[in-house]
Ligand binder design. Structure first.
Ligand SMILES: [Zn+2]
Length: 80
């Protein structure tokens, strides 16, 4: 797992209450990643998951039906 830092504003999520991890819709490449990890018995930060601070968490959650790259594009275009 990556250190919990908001993907949008780089806020450090020191406390669990400061935000959370959101899993987005898996792209074909994400499914391949999972298969690869299963194969080697590895664990890592899923490419389709990202941390968000409290301020961005709710909006990110609304977009979790989208692949992560599209969701981030929307979140960034909306600003803070
Ligand atoms: Zn944030």
């Amino acid at each position: 797992m990556r250190p919990p830092i908001c993907r949008i504003c780089d806020k450090n999520l020191v406390d669990k209450d400061d935000g959370g991890l959101i899993y987005f819709r898996k792209r074909p490449s994400d499914k391949e990643w999972e298969k690869r990890m299963e194969g080697i018995g590895g664990v890592g930060h899923p490419p389709y998951a990202e941390w968000f601070c409290k301020k961005h968490y709710d909006r990110a959650k609304e977009l979790k039906h989208l692949p992560i790259n599209e969701a981030l594009k929307i979140l960034r275009s909306e600003g803070t």
